[in-house]
Design a protein around this ligand. Sequence first.
Ligand code: GLY
Length: 301
Amino acid sequence: MDNRTVAIICHGGAGTITEKEDYARGLSEAIEEGYRLLRQGAPALEAVLRAVVMLEDNPVFNAGTGSSLTIDEVAEMDAGIMTQHGRFGGVICIRNVKNPVLVAEKVMTETDHLILAGDGAIRFARSMGFEDYNPVTEKAKRRLMELRQNGSKFFPRLNQRLGITEQKSGTVGAVAIDRNGNIVAATSSGGIAGRMTGRVGDSGIPGAGVFASPAGGVSCTGHGEEILRMLLARDIGERRKTLPAQTAVTLALSEAKRKKVLCGAIAIDARGGIGYGYTSPDMAYGYKAADRLFLFTDSRK
Ligand code: GLY
Protein backbone atom coordinates (compact mmCIF):
# COMPACT_ATOMS: atom_id res chain seq x y z
CA MET A 1 0.00 0.00 0.00
CA ASP A 2 1.52 3.33 -0.92
CA ASN A 3 1.09 6.59 0.89
CA ARG A 4 -0.90 8.65 -1.54
CA THR A 5 -3.07 11.26 0.07
CA VAL A 6 -6.69 10.24 0.35
CA ALA A 7 -9.47 12.77 -0.16
CA ILE A 8 -13.25 12.99 -0.33
CA ILE A 9 -15.57 15.76 -1.51
CA CYS A 10 -19.36 15.74 -1.16
CA HIS A 11 -22.20 18.01 -2.20
CA GLY A 12 -25.75 18.37 -0.99
CA GLY A 13 -27.14 20.20 -4.00
CA ALA A 14 -27.01 23.51 -5.82
CA GLY A 15 -29.76 26.09 -5.45
CA THR A 16 -30.86 28.49 -2.76
CA ILE A 17 -30.04 26.98 0.63
CA THR A 18 -32.02 28.24 3.58
CA GLU A 19 -31.12 25.56 6.17
CA LYS A 20 -27.36 26.09 5.90
CA GLU A 21 -26.45 24.72 9.34
CA ASP A 22 -28.44 21.51 8.79
CA TYR A 23 -26.81 21.01 5.40
CA ALA A 24 -23.34 21.67 6.83
CA ARG A 25 -23.89 19.23 9.71
CA GLY A 26 -25.15 16.46 7.39
CA LEU A 27 -22.29 17.00 4.97
CA SER A 28 -19.61 17.04 7.65
CA GLU A 29 -20.90 13.75 9.12
CA ALA A 30 -20.83 12.06 5.70
CA ILE A 31 -17.42 13.48 4.80
CA GLU A 32 -15.85 12.54 8.14
CA GLU A 33 -17.17 8.99 7.84
CA GLY A 34 -15.97 8.60 4.23
CA TYR A 35 -12.57 10.04 5.14
CA ARG A 36 -12.24 7.77 8.17
CA LEU A 37 -12.81 4.75 5.92
CA LEU A 38 -10.28 6.00 3.37
CA ARG A 39 -7.66 6.57 6.07
CA GLN A 40 -8.24 3.03 7.31
CA GLY A 41 -7.40 1.80 3.81
CA ALA A 42 -10.95 1.23 2.53
CA PRO A 43 -11.46 1.47 -1.24
CA ALA A 44 -12.90 4.69 -2.70
CA LEU A 45 -16.01 2.71 -3.69
CA GLU A 46 -16.81 1.91 -0.06
CA ALA A 47 -16.15 5.47 1.14
CA VAL A 48 -18.31 7.03 -1.58
CA LEU A 49 -21.18 4.61 -1.03
CA ARG A 50 -21.10 5.19 2.73
CA ALA A 51 -21.08 8.98 2.35
CA VAL A 52 -23.91 9.00 -0.21
CA VAL A 53 -26.02 6.58 1.87
CA MET A 54 -25.65 8.93 4.86
CA LEU A 55 -26.79 11.86 2.73
CA GLU A 56 -29.69 9.82 1.27
CA ASP A 57 -30.79 8.85 4.79
CA ASN A 58 -30.76 12.46 5.98
CA PRO A 59 -34.16 14.04 5.13
CA VAL A 60 -32.53 17.47 4.87
CA PHE A 61 -31.20 16.49 1.44
CA ASN A 62 -33.13 15.85 -1.77
CA ALA A 63 -32.17 12.20 -2.29
CA GLY A 64 -33.42 8.97 -0.75
CA THR A 65 -35.56 9.90 2.28
CA GLY A 66 -36.91 13.39 1.68
CA SER A 67 -36.79 13.20 -2.13
CA SER A 68 -38.76 15.76 -4.11
CA LEU A 69 -42.10 14.67 -5.52
CA THR A 70 -43.47 14.57 -9.05
CA ILE A 71 -46.73 16.33 -9.92
CA ASP A 72 -48.47 13.05 -8.98
CA GLU A 73 -46.84 13.17 -5.50
CA VAL A 74 -44.52 10.25 -6.26
CA ALA A 75 -40.86 10.04 -5.19
CA GLU A 76 -39.00 8.79 -8.27
CA MET A 77 -35.26 8.77 -7.70
CA ASP A 78 -32.18 8.61 -9.94
CA ALA A 79 -28.66 7.53 -8.95
CA GLY A 80 -25.42 6.64 -10.66
CA ILE A 81 -21.97 5.44 -9.66
CA MET A 82 -18.82 5.25 -11.78
CA THR A 83 -15.24 4.15 -11.24
CA GLN A 84 -12.13 5.46 -12.91
CA HIS A 85 -11.95 2.17 -14.87
CA GLY A 86 -15.23 3.05 -16.63
CA ARG A 87 -17.45 0.70 -14.63
CA PHE A 88 -20.91 2.23 -14.25
CA GLY A 89 -24.25 1.44 -12.62
CA GLY A 90 -27.37 3.58 -12.64
CA VAL A 91 -31.04 3.55 -11.68
CA ILE A 92 -33.63 5.88 -13.15
CA CYS A 93 -37.11 6.69 -11.80
CA ILE A 94 -36.78 4.09 -9.07
CA ARG A 95 -39.43 4.14 -6.31
CA ASN A 96 -39.85 2.63 -2.86
CA VAL A 97 -36.25 1.91 -2.00
CA LYS A 98 -34.25 3.51 0.79
CA ASN A 99 -30.90 3.89 -0.95
CA PRO A 100 -30.94 4.24 -4.75
CA VAL A 101 -27.13 4.51 -4.83
CA LEU A 102 -26.81 0.99 -3.38
CA VAL A 103 -29.13 -0.37 -6.08
CA ALA A 104 -27.04 1.49 -8.71
CA GLU A 105 -23.94 -0.21 -7.34
CA LYS A 106 -25.62 -3.61 -7.67
CA VAL A 107 -26.52 -2.80 -11.29
CA MET A 108 -22.79 -2.19 -11.81
CA THR A 109 -21.59 -5.33 -10.07
CA GLU A 110 -24.41 -7.86 -10.64
CA THR A 111 -25.84 -7.22 -14.13
CA ASP A 112 -24.72 -7.01 -17.75
CA HIS A 113 -26.38 -3.58 -18.00
CA LEU A 114 -25.45 -0.03 -17.20
CA ILE A 115 -28.83 1.41 -16.21
CA LEU A 116 -32.16 0.01 -15.04
CA ALA A 117 -35.30 2.15 -14.98
CA GLY A 118 -38.73 2.23 -13.36
CA ASP A 119 -40.49 -1.09 -12.58
CA GLY A 120 -37.53 -3.14 -13.82
CA ALA A 121 -35.20 -1.29 -11.46
CA ILE A 122 -37.58 -1.89 -8.54
CA ARG A 123 -37.91 -5.60 -9.40
CA PHE A 124 -34.13 -5.89 -9.60
CA ALA A 125 -33.76 -4.11 -6.24
CA ARG A 126 -36.15 -6.57 -4.59
CA SER A 127 -34.25 -9.50 -6.10
CA MET A 128 -31.09 -8.09 -4.50
CA GLY A 129 -32.81 -7.93 -1.10
CA PHE A 130 -33.66 -4.20 -0.96
CA GLU A 131 -36.87 -3.93 1.04
CA ASP A 132 -39.93 -1.86 0.28
CA TYR A 133 -39.44 1.62 1.76
CA ASN A 134 -41.44 4.83 1.53
CA PRO A 135 -39.03 7.80 1.13
CA VAL A 136 -41.84 10.41 1.04
CA THR A 137 -41.70 12.93 3.88
CA GLU A 138 -44.31 15.44 5.03
CA LYS A 139 -41.85 18.20 4.18
CA ALA A 140 -41.63 16.99 0.56
CA LYS A 141 -45.43 17.00 0.35
CA ARG A 142 -45.55 20.54 1.77
CA ARG A 143 -42.90 21.68 -0.73
CA LEU A 144 -45.01 20.41 -3.63
CA MET A 145 -48.07 22.18 -2.25
CA GLU A 146 -46.10 25.43 -1.89
CA LEU A 147 -44.92 25.11 -5.47
CA ARG A 148 -48.48 24.84 -6.66
CA GLN A 149 -49.11 28.19 -4.99
CA ASN A 150 -45.90 30.06 -5.62
CA GLY A 151 -43.89 29.68 -8.64
CA SER A 152 -41.12 28.29 -11.72
CA LYS A 153 -38.04 28.52 -13.70
CA PHE A 154 -37.25 24.98 -14.74
CA PHE A 155 -40.38 23.64 -16.44
CA PRO A 156 -42.26 26.67 -17.83
CA ARG A 157 -44.72 24.75 -20.04
CA LEU A 158 -45.63 22.27 -17.32
CA ASN A 159 -45.85 24.97 -14.70
CA GLN A 160 -48.02 27.19 -16.82
CA ARG A 161 -50.43 24.30 -17.20
CA LEU A 162 -50.37 23.47 -13.49
CA GLY A 163 -50.00 26.96 -12.09
CA ILE A 164 -46.62 26.12 -10.51
CA THR A 165 -44.19 29.01 -10.31
CA GLU A 166 -40.98 27.90 -8.53
CA GLN A 167 -38.98 24.69 -8.16
CA LYS A 168 -36.19 23.60 -5.86
CA SER A 169 -33.51 21.37 -7.27
CA GLY A 170 -31.13 19.38 -5.15
CA THR A 171 -29.04 16.27 -5.31
CA VAL A 172 -26.26 14.65 -3.33
CA GLY A 173 -22.94 13.37 -4.53
CA ALA A 174 -19.49 12.24 -3.50
CA VAL A 175 -16.12 11.74 -5.14
CA ALA A 176 -13.19 10.05 -3.41
CA ILE A 177 -9.64 8.94 -4.07
CA ASP A 178 -8.21 6.10 -2.00
CA ARG A 179 -4.63 5.37 -1.04
CA ASN A 180 -4.16 3.22 -4.15
CA GLY A 181 -5.20 6.11 -6.36
CA ASN A 182 -8.61 4.59 -7.21
CA ILE A 183 -11.27 7.21 -7.89
CA VAL A 184 -15.05 6.76 -7.64
CA ALA A 185 -17.87 9.25 -8.15
CA ALA A 186 -21.56 8.86 -7.27
CA THR A 187 -24.66 11.04 -7.53
CA SER A 188 -28.16 10.47 -6.14
CA SER A 189 -31.19 12.69 -6.58
CA GLY A 190 -34.83 13.06 -5.73
CA GLY A 191 -35.14 15.14 -8.91
CA ILE A 192 -36.84 18.51 -9.18
CA ALA A 193 -40.14 18.99 -7.34
CA GLY A 194 -43.19 19.30 -9.56
CA ARG A 195 -41.69 17.48 -12.58
CA MET A 196 -43.74 15.07 -14.69
CA THR A 197 -43.82 11.49 -13.46
CA GLY A 198 -41.35 9.47 -15.54
CA ARG A 199 -39.06 12.44 -16.11
CA VAL A 200 -35.37 11.47 -16.35
CA GLY A 201 -32.78 13.76 -14.78
CA ASP A 202 -29.00 13.81 -15.10
CA SER A 203 -27.99 12.00 -11.91
CA GLY A 204 -28.20 8.41 -13.19
CA ILE A 205 -26.70 9.15 -16.61
CA PRO A 206 -22.94 8.68 -17.13
CA GLY A 207 -21.29 11.81 -18.46
CA ALA A 208 -24.21 14.02 -17.36
CA GLY A 209 -24.59 13.91 -13.56
CA VAL A 210 -21.68 11.61 -12.81
CA PHE A 211 -18.45 10.64 -14.51
CA ALA A 212 -15.10 9.05 -13.74
CA SER A 213 -12.02 8.25 -15.80
CA PRO A 214 -8.33 7.71 -15.05
CA ALA A 215 -8.09 11.52 -14.91
CA GLY A 216 -10.54 11.78 -11.98
CA GLY A 217 -14.18 11.81 -10.88
CA VAL A 218 -17.08 14.31 -11.05
CA SER A 219 -20.55 14.64 -9.51
CA CYS A 220 -22.97 17.33 -10.71
CA THR A 221 -26.08 18.98 -9.31
CA GLY A 222 -28.62 21.43 -10.66
CA HIS A 223 -31.05 21.66 -13.56
CA GLY A 224 -30.97 18.13 -14.95
CA GLU A 225 -32.30 18.90 -18.43
CA GLU A 226 -29.54 21.46 -19.03
CA ILE A 227 -26.84 19.27 -17.43
CA LEU A 228 -27.91 16.48 -19.81
CA ARG A 229 -27.73 18.86 -22.77
CA MET A 230 -24.23 19.96 -21.78
CA LEU A 231 -23.02 16.51 -20.64
CA LEU A 232 -21.48 18.53 -17.86
CA ALA A 233 -19.67 15.77 -15.96
CA ARG A 234 -18.05 14.50 -19.16
CA ASP A 235 -17.12 18.05 -20.15
CA ILE A 236 -15.31 18.50 -16.83
CA GLY A 237 -13.74 15.05 -17.23
CA GLU A 238 -12.40 15.93 -20.69
CA ARG A 239 -10.96 19.24 -19.49
CA ARG A 240 -9.37 17.51 -16.51
CA LYS A 241 -7.25 15.32 -18.80
CA THR A 242 -4.88 18.27 -19.11
CA LEU A 243 -5.96 20.57 -16.27
CA PRO A 244 -6.22 20.31 -12.47
CA ALA A 245 -9.72 19.55 -11.13
CA GLN A 246 -10.36 23.14 -9.98
CA THR A 247 -9.47 24.70 -13.35
CA ALA A 248 -11.54 22.10 -15.22
CA VAL A 249 -14.60 22.79 -13.03
CA THR A 250 -14.17 26.57 -13.21
CA LEU A 251 -13.90 26.58 -17.03
CA ALA A 252 -16.87 24.23 -17.54
CA LEU A 253 -19.02 26.23 -15.12
CA SER A 254 -18.18 29.56 -16.74
CA GLU A 255 -19.57 28.07 -19.95
CA ALA A 256 -22.67 26.96 -18.00
CA LYS A 257 -23.01 30.45 -16.50
CA ARG A 258 -22.80 32.00 -19.96
CA LYS A 259 -25.70 29.72 -20.98
CA LYS A 260 -27.58 30.68 -17.78
CA VAL A 261 -27.63 27.07 -16.56
CA LEU A 262 -28.18 26.65 -12.81
CA CYS A 263 -25.79 23.92 -11.72
CA GLY A 264 -22.79 22.96 -9.63
CA ALA A 265 -20.08 20.32 -9.65
CA ILE A 266 -17.47 18.69 -7.44
CA ALA A 267 -14.38 16.86 -8.69
CA ILE A 268 -11.15 15.13 -7.71
CA ASP A 269 -8.27 14.66 -10.14
CA ALA A 270 -5.76 11.82 -10.36
CA ARG A 271 -3.34 13.69 -8.07
CA GLY A 272 -5.99 14.11 -5.39
CA GLY A 273 -6.61 17.76 -6.34
CA ILE A 274 -10.05 19.07 -5.36
CA GLY A 275 -12.37 21.13 -7.56
CA TYR A 276 -15.80 22.66 -7.01
CA GLY A 277 -17.98 25.43 -8.34
CA TYR A 278 -21.55 26.51 -8.98
CA THR A 279 -23.58 28.98 -10.99
CA SER A 280 -26.54 28.92 -8.57
CA PRO A 281 -26.89 31.27 -5.58
CA ASP A 282 -25.53 28.53 -3.26
CA MET A 283 -24.18 25.03 -3.25
CA ALA A 284 -23.83 22.85 -0.16
CA TYR A 285 -20.43 21.16 -0.37
CA GLY A 286 -17.45 20.19 1.70
CA TYR A 287 -14.30 18.14 1.48
CA LYS A 288 -11.58 16.61 3.59
CA ALA A 289 -8.00 16.25 2.41
CA ALA A 290 -4.71 16.19 4.31
CA ASP A 291 -6.78 15.71 7.49
CA ARG A 292 -8.46 19.11 7.08
CA LEU A 293 -12.21 19.50 6.74
CA PHE A 294 -13.60 22.39 4.73
CA LEU A 295 -17.33 23.19 4.57
CA PHE A 296 -19.20 25.64 2.36
CA THR A 297 -20.25 27.54 5.47
CA ASP A 298 -16.58 28.24 6.27
CA SER A 299 -16.40 30.95 3.59
CA ARG A 300 -18.82 32.59 1.20
CA LYS A 301 -18.39 32.87 -2.55
N1 GLY B 1 -29.95 17.39 -10.95
C1 GLY B 1 -31.05 16.66 -10.51
C2 GLY B 1 -32.16 16.63 -11.46
O1 GLY B 1 -32.32 17.55 -12.28
O2 GLY B 1 -32.90 15.69 -11.43
